[in-house]
Design a binder for this molecule. Structure first.
Ligand code: HEM
Ligand code: HEM
Length: 173
């Protein structure tokens, strides 16, 4: 089933959710640069893909937002007592998924580095742009905030599954 329903998420939403979860986890490995200045296996094999994977995530989040808006009338029902809180929480996760790659792109353009993804030059190197570099400096604080949100989100999902034993996690699996 491609579309979402009141009972569960459909295959498109699940594919977006789990593929982007994996790619975001990959992106968060960039925190590893803080250990021995990235001079370790993860820093040398997975982290160098940061800009390419981040640019891919920017494309994916735009497509996902269109999909979510299209599905909004027939998505799984939330418990009325917490529906607004869940909506706000998911909204913040979406904001994080959009602002992370946008601020990342601003670091690159602000520094005059240009932007290339998977060997394809999207914006050539150029002048430094002070306002873009300024906004780009939000990238790291946003990464910390998104990490906390994700921890909360995963914790709540596991609590539903193992604590309450309801079908919240199952409808996304
Ligand atoms: C969802 C997408 C992204 C996530 C989750 C993410 C996450 C991160 C994290 C965790 C850091 C390390 C921050 C720290 O140690 O304080 C970082 C740094 C960085 N990211 Fe991203 N990033 C994303 C997208 C991008 C994109 C699209 C670009 C560029 C086009 C980018 C460029 C950079 C750069 C240049 C740094 C180093 C910044 C510095 O050292 O000041 N990121 N990112
Ligand atoms: C192991 C990691 C994760 C687990 C176990 C998990 C679990 C879930 C579950 C069970 C739902 C359905 C909630 C409901 O119907 O009330 C959900 C939805 C959602 N999750 Fe996650 N999630 C994970 C990672 C992530 C990450 C990394 C993000 C983004 C940063 C994210 C963003 C969302 C969003 C925005 C929704 C709302 C539905 C949608 O439009 O896709 N999740 N997640």
């Amino acid at each position: 089933m491609i579309h979402d329903s009141k009972q569960r998420y459909g295959s498109v939403s699940k594919t977006f959710h789990w593929s982007m979860t994996a790619l975001i986890a990959w992106q968060l490995l960039k925190f590893g640069d803080r250990i021995a200045e990235g001079e370790h296996w993860i820093g040398q094999t997975l982290v160098p893909w940061h800009v390419s994977i981040g640019t891919l995530l920017l494309g994916l989040i735009v497509l996902r937002l269109f999909w979510v808006i299209g599905q909004r009338r027939h998505r799984p029902r939330q418990h009325p007592a917490t529906a607004r809180l869940v909506k706000a929480g998911h909204g913040l996760l979406f904001a994080g998924m959009l602002l992370m790659p946008l601020s990342g792109v601003l670091i690159m353009l602000g520094g005059g580095y240009g932007l290339s993804a998977f060997g394809w030059e999207i914006v050539p190197e150029g002048e430094e742009i002070a306002w873009a570099a300024g906004l780009g400096s939000l990238h790291s604080p946003l990464a910390w905030m998104l990490s906390v949100l994700i921890l909360g989100h995963v914790g709540i999902a596991l609590f539903h599954h193992f604590g309450r034993r309801d079908d919240t996690l199952k409808r996304m699996l």
